[in-house]
Design a protein around this ligand. Structure first.
Ligand SMILES: [Mn+2]
Length: 512
């Protein structure tokens, strides 16, 4: 009886025989039988064939071939497995027909349903086509047994973005491959230490994938970069991955000077690409909306509000609407702020670990555990924050540059190494406090090879103008950086620190 894999897995075949027509994804020789992983567009099935212990069955059938298999099925480790009675390679004409049918079925299955956004927003409306395309590519990767790697910024918004996609994608992987090992093999989420996709991460991701391909016939992955990736700093790392066949999707909300990324990736989502402001939409908000296109079943409505608070998103109407959704799930504004602080704190401890199960607790699975964790850690974190604020206030140096007030905080001279909060957050908290009484304020946390900067709206400070200025005035400092207009960071050659600070003072004088 001719059957599809979906029919096989949804009905019990018992002792009866069935025939399927499928493409071979991979062939693995074990010490016992040969394992053929096959797909027919409706699903994937591992089919065992036994010729003798460790002897390759059907040696004429290889990866990429189309076959007719007469088989029985049985359950193995909670997963349905086929046992081949007979396998035959299809001829050229049959292969062409089968390929066309499978391609069509896979594309159809990959096409996402167009769901309404959680909140009304013209930014989201302008990005709708990109959301649909990204969701289709991600769904197709799952259907084609392609591993997916999500790389995210290592702060609360970045984690929210990565987790939202994890919640959307994992159930699809489970449906495709069953539980167990597959969940680790076909989906991976990991934080990036830098606020861009760096060449080191790119080389490691690639090396890992090539090993998987050589040893286990894994496919080359689709990498989704979130809460980072839009700026030119990620270009080399993306191009490096593409050399090896990796495809990329970027979901970001940070400003970029020039769009050099779109032409390199399958889909690029960023409010700035459609004339909107990325400071009004965080990556966690965007990824939650994208997650709903990938998998409309997900229940993560509280994430956008938390991610928005974490990134201090300036968009009152949209934030109110997201907060209402979170409140319906039992999350108050205070609790969301506390969760964001706990995620930020934990991210500094986990560093490069994926920590899937721990992150699930952080995000409220279950919510009772999340609340307990916040109850233990949030007071401790607030104490650390209060201490750093006290230390920072005493150590900060203020100077007048033109009409602007410059507040300098020398991080390394003031704080122990690796102290929490991170320099960017300490500088941000100090800035928020000082700006209550000071107009035209620019606050800079100074490190030996970096500045983290916050500025008030009325200061006229613009991180990208400043970067252009210092690049022109002190070219030998090799300044790079980015961020939002009034919040950002730059890095430079350590020996040019004094020249960079001088350029900052001169830039501020010119703002009048
Ligand atoms: Mn962000």
């Amino acid at each position: 009886m001719d059957m599809t894999i979906k029919e096989l897995t949804s009905q019990k075949l018992g002792k009866k025989l069935a025939t399927i027509y499928a493409m071979v994804n991979s062939v693995n020789q074990t010490a016992g039988p040969t394992l053929f992983s096959v797909t027919d567009g409706t699903g994937t099935l591992v089919v065992k064939a036994f010729e003798g212990a460790g002897i390759r069955a059907y040696p004429e059938v290889d990866e990429g071939d189309f076959v007719e298999i007469l088989l029985t099925t049985k359950e193995f480790n909670k997963m349905l497995e086929g046992e081949a009675i007979k396998m035959r390679k299809l001829d050229a004409a049959q292969t062409a027909k089968a390929k066309e049918r499978i391609d069509k079925l896979q594309r159809e299955r990959a096409t996402p349903k167009s769901v309404p956004f959680l909140v009304p927003s013209k930014t989201l409306d302008a990005l709708r086509e990109r959301f649909l395309k990204a969701a289709a590519e991600i769904r197709l990767a799952v259907i084609m047994n392609r591993p997916i790697i999500v790389r995210h910024h290592n702060d609360a918004d970045g984690y929210s973005s990565g987790f939202a996609l994890e919640r959307a994608i994992l159930p699809l992987v489970k449906e495709q491959h069953g539980e167990g090992k597959a969940l680790a093999m076909y989906f991976n989420r990991a934080p990036s230490a830098t606020p861009f996709y760096e060449i080191e991460d790119s080389i490691k991701d690639t090396a890992h994938s090539l090993t998987g391909q050589a040893r286990f016939a894994e496919k080359i992955p689709l990498i989704v970069i979130v809460d980072t990736g839009s700026s030119a700093e990620s270009l080399l790392a993306i191009q490096q991955g593409k050399v090896h066949g990796i495809d990329f999707i970027v979901v970001d909300h940070h400003f970029f000077e020039e769009d050099v990324i779109s032409k390199e990736v399958l889909v690029h989502i960023n409010p700035f690409l459609v004339g909107e402001d990325g400071a009004t939409y965080s990556a966690g908000m965007l990824c939650t909306e994208l997650g709903r296109f990938i998998n409309p079943e997900i229940q993560i409505d509280y994430i956008p509000a938390m991610a928005g608070f974490a990134d201090m998103i300036d968009n009152p109407l949209v934030m109110d609407a997201y907060l209402k959704l979170a409140e319906k799930k039992g999350y108050t504004k205070q609790l969301l702020h506390d969760i964001a602080a706990v995620i930020d704190f934990v991210s500094t401890k986990l560093r490069f670990m994926e920590a899937r199960e721990y992150v699930e607790v952080l995000f409220g699975e279950p919510m009772s555990q999340q609340k307990k964790l916040v109850g233990v850690l949030a007071p401790y974190i607030r104490k650390l924050e209060a201490k750093s604020i006290g230390v920072a206030r005493a150590a900060a140096v203020k100077e007048k540059q033109g009409n602007a007030s410059l507040q300098l905080l020398h991080i390394e001279e003031t704080f122990s190494r690796g102290v929490y909060p991170k320099p960017g957050r300490i500088n941000g908290m100090l800035h928020d406090l000082t700006s209550k009484s000071e107009k035209k304020l620019v606050s800079a946390g100074v490190l030996s090879d970096a500045l983290t900067i916050r500025a008030t709206e009325d200061s006229g400070f613009h991180i990208h103008d400043f970067i252009a200025y210092v690049q022109k005035e002190v070219p030998e400092a090799f300044v790079e950086g980015g961020g939002h207009h009034h919040a950002g960071a730059i890095r430079f050659v350590p020996s040019k620190k004094q020249e960079v600070l001088k350029a900052l003072r001169e830039y501020l004088k010119k703002l009048d």
